[in-house]
Design a protein around this ligand. Sequence first.
Ligand code: NDP
Length: 329
Amino acid sequence: MTFNALIVEKNDEGKTSASVQQISEDQLPESDVTVAVEYSTVNYKDGLCIGPGGGLVRNYPHIPGIDFAGTVETSSDDRYKPGDKVVLTGWRVGEAHWGGYAQKARVRADWLVPLPEGLTTRQAMAVGTAGFTAMLAVMALQDHGLKPGHGPVLVTGAAGGVGSVATAILANLGHEVAAVTGRPEAADYLKSLGATQIVPREDINETTKHPLEAETWTGCVDAVGGDMLARVLGQMKYGASVAAVGLAGGAQLNATVIPFLLRGVNLLGIDSVMQPFDNRVKAWQRIAQDLPMDKLEAMIQPATLSDLPQLGRDILKGQVKGRVVVDVN
Ligand code: NDP
């Protein structure tokens, strides 16, 4: 029995190329659970793994796809049986292990989460790692005292995957949301997700000589990092927190410690890859509860396996809006 997969190969010159090919089930790696994949998605990391690799992919040929949702076909683990609907994000699947850009995947039972009640496999992949991480960021901000009614929450990289989902969740929870975007044409889209203010990227993406500026934001979900994060730290209100999620604008942090010392600002690190199972289940339940499904639907760009090489290039250039849902069948 053969099935379709997006295979990335590397030639002798070290150049990678991706194409849809037929492979057989016995080529899948040994593991506990075989899943008939229904949907996958495209995250920034997928762009790296479809294309240049970014140091993430260990061996070629490789099947990328850091997320998938589908139905269990066979399982040697008691926690899962044929017919169960499951979701996978993280655990370096799609990087160090073969991932979700195929009609079948075989993975460890520890890496799976039962599909949360109230979500379809398609909706789960519209959320994907990007949306799951946005939820983790909102949960971390809430754990550090974020409440509606105390001023705007800043979301950077707002028209991207993490930013779109964070905007919709925060707005639904009653927050004013200030959405930072480099794409003025995305303003209506961001307002439709619930953003109350659009902040042009150029207003905020350069460092300033002043370590402290006016106290403006009561929280921040930051998908951009780099100089934008450094700048935002000095604009946070007293005691407010920034959830550092991404590095779309750079990994270097050229900041001072003054906002931490004089304003008690917190910088919270958010990792989605190695999250423990219990917190994963909690985050998925919160997604089903706090993310309006009509807003999620408005973020979706549908795709197939053969669209992935182009989408991989697009996401690395920051040109994907919202969330891609890949129907692998
Ligand atoms: P997307 O490409 O969908 O979104 C990133 C957004 O950042 C873009 O849409 C763009 O938004 C903005 N952006 C891009 N380049 C720049 C730049 N040079 N300067 C300022 N803004 C820029 O990616 P995702 O939402 O999937 O991921 C966002 C980040 O979060 C990535 O760095 C990713 O690696 C990271 N991430 C981390 C996770 C974790 O576990 N910590 C999990 C998931 C993602 P706009 O056009 O609106 O300006």
